[in-house]
Ligand binder design. Structure first.
Ligand code: SAM
Length: 298
């Protein structure tokens, strides 16, 4: 929340973790509020006479709603229970994210609802839950990549070439090879035992910054989870983008100590880029630049 508030201009009204900002939001895209878990668009506020009336008014707008409960929890829960059930089952990766529009609502007072029928996340309050794999991957970093691919609705296909920078101990390489993609895993540190004997994974023990795009050639996907200052990653990504050799890019922008908001804006400003704080991100943001977004006119 503090990161989001620093990112937003003005002084939004706060309802728990919900920051409500008045003003012209037409040009408001997720990249402008990268730290938001879920962005509510076209917000409406109205009075309700009763629990049944609240549920009826929400249902008249659309079918699927998720509650953001910051107060009056019991009353809010009764209204939510009177609405159609929305599946909250964790996803089994690579099961796709739900396609049905999911609105969000909250109680501002016993007789006042604030709601948005259109939100940036397909998941209740932006919380993306998976059925975890406790035995396959060498660490929990795989969850971040599962979420990035699920939210982007784009996945490396079998046989596609992925360059995984900062790959060790190999959670992301494990995800990519699991999808049938070929992986070049670059890190000064070694991959976990077992992963480097996987035929789809080629390990290169070196610095990612010493690897010129031209020496690798075209890749379908460029991934980076390198621990480094944002400015260094920006230089590396700009280099790859200028080379035209990476069709899709997914990278973690990591912050040490205070958040470098100026650097975050530079990542968000790259044409075709999206910058998001995933549910599984820590003090970091995820940068996405996908071919599918680049080919959409406008
Ligand atoms: C958070 S870990 C990556 C975790 C990995 N994505 C996974 O799923 O297992 C960050 C990695 O960046 C690597 N790293 C740091 N500087 C690097 C550099 N110059 N070149 C390549 N890797 C680097 C570290 O060795 C470390 O393994």
């Amino acid at each position: 929340l503090p990161e989001l508030l620093a990112e937003l201009d003005g002084t939004p009204a706060l309802y728990g973790d919900l920051a409500v900002q008045a003003g012209d939001v037409r040009g408001y895209v997720p990249g402008h509020a990268a730290w938001a878990r879920n962005i509510w668009y076209e917000v409406q506020e109205f009075e309700i006479a009763s629990i049944a009336d609240g549920a009826k008014k929400l249902r008249a707008i659309q079918r699927n709603w998720s509650l953001y409960s910051h107060q009056l929890h019991g009353r809010a829960r009764l209204i939510q229970d009177a609405l159609p059930k929305v599946s909250a089952k964790p996803l089994r990766f690579p099961e796709p994210a739900p396609l049905a529009p999911l609105g969000s609502w909250t109680l501002l007072a016993p007789d006042r609802i604030l709601c948005a029928s259109r939100c940036s996340s397909a998941f209740p309050n932006g919380e993306v839950q998976f059925i975890e794999d406790k035995s396959g991957p060498p660490n929990r970093a795989y969850l971040k990549l599962w979420e990035a691919l699920t939210v982007a609705r784009a996945y490396p296909r079998p046989g596609e070439l992925c360059l995984d920078l900062g790959a060790a101990p190999g959670g992301w390489s494990w995800v990519l090879a699991g999808l049938g993609a070929r992986v070049i895993a670059v890190d000064k540190a070694p991959l976990a035992p077992g992963l480097h004997s996987w035929a789809l994974i080629e390990q290169r023990r070196m610095s990612a910054f010493a690897l010129a795009p031209e020496t690798i050639g075209p890749v379908d996907w460029l991934f980076s989870d390198i621990v480094c200052y944002p400015g260094r990653l920006l230089g590396l990504l700009r280099n790859w983008i200028a080379s035209g050799l990476a069709r899709n890019i997914v990278a973690t922008v990591k912050f040490q100590g205070t958040t470098d908001h100026a650097a975050a804006r530079e990542f968000a400003g790259i044409p075709g880029a999206r910058l998001l704080h995933l549910w599984h991100n820590k003090h970091e943001l995820t940068f996405l630049r996908l071919e599918s977004a680049l080919s959409v006119p406008g």
